[in-house]
Ligand binder design. Structure first.
Ligand code: CA
Ligand code: CA
Ligand code: CA
Length: 199
């Protein structure tokens, strides 16, 4: 298959961009987790508070086309916590057998994407990090995200680390988002699951 050859490492130059807020932890590209993860989770209620914003990643010449982790929500009273993946490539990507975990460093079994999980070009895949209890349509991982921050690791179909992000502490309904899609990380008020991040 040519699918995997089409993928590019997502971590290379993006951590140094001007949009990265000084208060945001650098994404943990390439590193092992620096913090132990007990997977103990704070209690979280679910509801909705979506603040969609128009953005066009392709309009920003600084964004290199790639499949990337794109947005994290770890604390909300109105919507399930989630992880968003963005396919900035110009072809659909088959993520069958890929997996994601908040406990790579401790050997936790990752949550595996079901066979047939495909992200179309320019589209998003939302993985609800809700211990599998949320009602939103889509994938529901068997873990949640600590609002004090934790490390999320995306693995490809051969269980090789594809991207790892150290998500910083976030306030209520804040997200750790690439601005624009596929761009540099920043802490943002509001969430856009399955839709464009603010530009
Ligand atoms: Ca949480
Ligand atoms: Ca967790
Ligand atoms: Ca989004």
């Amino acid at each position: 298959m040519s699918v995997r050859r089409a993928l590019r490492p997502a971590c290379l130059p993006l951590a140094l961009g001007p949009l990265l807020l000084s208060t945001a932890a650098l994404p943990g590209c390439g590193g092992k987790g620096e913090a132990a993860d007990t997977s103990a989770e704070e209690a979280d209620a679910d509801a909705d508070s979506d603040a969609d914003a128009d953005a066009d990643a392709d309009a920003d010449g600084d964004v290199e086309p790639a499949l990337v982790l794109n947005e994290f929500l770890s604390d909300s009273d109105s919507i399930s916590e989630f992880i968003e993946i963005y396919n900035g490539l110009d072809s659909a990507q088959d993520l069958s057998g890929w997996s994601i975990t908040d406990g790579y460093a401790t050997g936790l079994t990752p949550f595996a994407f079901p066979s047939g999980t495909v992200v179309e070009a320019g589209d998003y895949l939302v993985v609800w990090a809700d211990d599998g209890v949320g009602s939103e349509p889509g994938l529901h991982a068997d873990f949640k995200l600590k609002k004090d921050g934790e490390i999320v690791t995306l693995l490809d179909a051969s269980a090789t680390v594809f991207e790892e992000v150290s998500v910083p502490a976030l306030g209520l309904d804040q997200t750790f988002s690439r601005l624009p899609d596929g761009g540099d990380w920043a802490i943002v008020d509001g969430s856009t699951p399955g839709g464009p991040n603010p530009s």
